[in-house]
Ligand binder design. Structure first.
Ligand SMILES: C[S@@+](CC[C@H](N)C(=O)[O-])C[C@H]1O[C@@H](n2cnc3c(N)ncnc32)[C@H](O)[C@@H]1O
Length: 395
């Protein structure tokens, strides 16, 4: 039972095709974070053919564009269904990579991101600026085509897109939601990284949970990807949907961020593979919060040395923050996780928890933000705490 300031969130993985998400009511979802199977990437051919056998015929006959279009027609049904279940003002984030493929000896790019954007527009979504993230690879075969001879070589595909679209106008926050939004603020310096249009630091890393074969089959995205998007585009207590659930990375990120979540997955094995360690996961999720706090303190110390005192104080932790908007920011620790059904879980969260800061920050504040640095005399190395390494689970 949750008590006092603790509160509950619910998380479930539903075994079903997400072209009809009957369990999810219209206008109930605050955020969609997902990554579909990528059309024209061979590993997904069988999945598409299973839903539309004509795709196999098109591929066999060398009709690449036709196969591409039929694969996207299947995804279109899911985007339309997302539109139905999303609230007005809710955001849809789609992680997608383009594909290259030779059909009948003809090499071509199949631009999945462009095709999805064009359908989202038709559905009625408003398209927002997108993020590109760099998937670094040292593979020697990353270069394609005629090597060092001009005219027949092709540039590498080492990035993926996070397409971002909104249903209707800007979301409005009323009643309790206003306070939840304030508490769900992220740090100014996180904003500067997260809201940049190119992410260089995800590195294609995978979360190390579960069976390696299944993980490969699901093509799970890095935990940090849904974790950031959930923090960027939702408030605590919101409901996050992933219509292509895979290994459930979005659900795990939602648990760590104190949002409700639901995912759909057509592959029964993957569905059942979603089984976070209810004893270990809370500690790992909280490690990410500790890491964010440590990084913020590191940022404060450096900034104080360079620019002087701060004007704003965070109400919960007592440390300085850059803006008025970060004053109510408080992280909700994951206290416990329990199984409530075959593929469903309940999480208990506590705002702040044991993360209250004991350091005395008084000398870091000034009502005049232009106050010159006081800390010049203090050797930086004496004060500079090293943030802990990123939680191993999410590397
Ligand atoms: C790229 S993976 C998603 C990986 C996921 N983001 C993760 O981190 O584990 C796409 C998943 O969508 C599932 N899938 C494909 N079509 C589907 C559909 N129509 N409904 C539900 N799931 C589907 C596939 O089985 C696959 O697991």
């Amino acid at each position: 039972m949750a008590s006092d300031s603790t509160f509950l969130t619910h998380h479930s993985m539903i075994h079903s095709n997400s072209s009809a998400m009957g369990e999810t009511g219209a206008l109930t979802v605050d955020l969609v974070v997902t990554s579909p199977p990528y059309p024209m990437i061979q590993m997904w051919d069988d999945m598409f053919v299973g839903q539309d056998p004509e795709i196999a015929e098109s591929l066999d006959r060398g009709l690449g564009n036709r196969a591409f279009e039929r694969m996207h027609a299947l995804l279109d049904e899911v985007w339309d269904e997302c539109f139905r279940v999303m609230k007005s003002g809710a955001i849809l984030c789609v992680n997608i990579g383009d594909a290259t493929r030779s059909i009948n000896g003809e090499f071509a790019l199949y631009s999945n991101h462009a095709r999805i954007l064009s359908h989202l527009l038709k559905t009625g979504f408003t398209i927002l600026p997108e993020i590109l993230w760099r998937k670094q690879t040292n593979a020697p075969n990353k270069f394609m085509g005629s090597g060092m001879l001009p005219g027949g070589a092709y540039v590498t595909l080492e990035h993926e897109f996070i397409l971002i679209a909104r249903k209707g106008g800007k979301r409005t926050f009323a009643g309790d939601e206003k306070a939840h939004r304030q508490n769900s603020a992220y740090f100014w310096e996180e904003r500067n990284t997260w809201f940049s249009d190119v992410w260089m630091d995800l590195k294609g890393a995978r979360q190390e949970i579960g069976d390696a074969n299944l993980r490969q089959r699901s093509a799970a995205f890095p935990f940090e990807l849904p974790y950031r998007l959930i923090n960027m585009y939702s408030a605590k207590g919101d409901t996050v949907l992933d219509p292509f659930g895979g290994m459930g990375t979005t659900l795990l990120a939602a648990m760590a961020c104190a949002r409700h979540s639901v995912a759909y997955e057509a592959d029964l094995d993957l569905c059942h593979a979603f089984s976070p360690d209810i004893h270990a996961f809370p500690g790992l999720a909280n490690q990410r919060l500790e890491e964010r706090l440590a990084r913020h303190k590191d940022f404060i110390l450096k900034r104080f040395e360079d620019k002087g005192a701060f004007r704003y104080k965070n109400t919960h932790y007592g440390f300085p923050v850059m803006t008025n908007q970060e004053k109510a920011l408080v992280f909700d620790r994951l206290v416990s996780l329990s199984k409530t059904g075959d593929d469903s879980f309940q999480a208990v969260h506590c705002p702040g928890g044991e993360t209250k800061d004991s350091q005395d920050w008084d000398e870091y504040f000034s009502s005049d933000p232009k106050t010159p640095p006081k800390a010049r005399a203090t050797k930086k190395s004496d004060k500079d705490p090293k943030p802990p390494a990123q939680a191993g689970l999410f590397d």
